[in-house]
Write a protein that binds this ligand. Sequence first.
Ligand SMILES: [Cu+2]
Length: 183
Amino acid sequence: MAPITNEQELQKTEFRWAMIVTGAVTVLFAVIGISSFVMALHPPSHVESIDPATVSQSKEFAESNLGTSVDPDGAVTVRIIATQFAFVPRCIPVPQGKPVTIRVTSPDVIHGFLIAGTNANTMVVPGYVAEVRTVFGTAGDHLMPCHEFCGLGHSEMWALVRVVPQAQWQTDADGKARCDISR
Ligand SMILES: [Cu+2]
């Protein structure tokens, strides 16, 4: 192999590569900056804390408030408790083609969930409320398994998300939707 003797040539090459790397890093930072500040795209988690010891006594995650509720302004919110080894409630009706906010917390250990066929996927950490916003495109039942190993019953921990076409979507007088009434 011919020895490299031309010091200037070497420096030029080094400088060129340094410029390419600087350019690549600048582009990456620009993509992150534009997507988070201009397009408001963030990871699905946000920092909202809750006392895990008193989750079921809290106003929002009291048993009667769990499940799917539709506010008078039409906003759809699903509240779920992820606990060893079940999601409460077990069947979650949601309207097709409408934005849905899913709020989940855990009173015991770390859980997580994904909803098959959608982009909904997050961890559920005790002490925090995990919030995911999504729109369900395909009607029908979607499996929602726990995807963080949470103990011996982990493999039995799953719920069903029932995506109901708008024409069949029903809520009761309190704005609550249930799987049995919104088939
Ligand atoms: Cu779990």
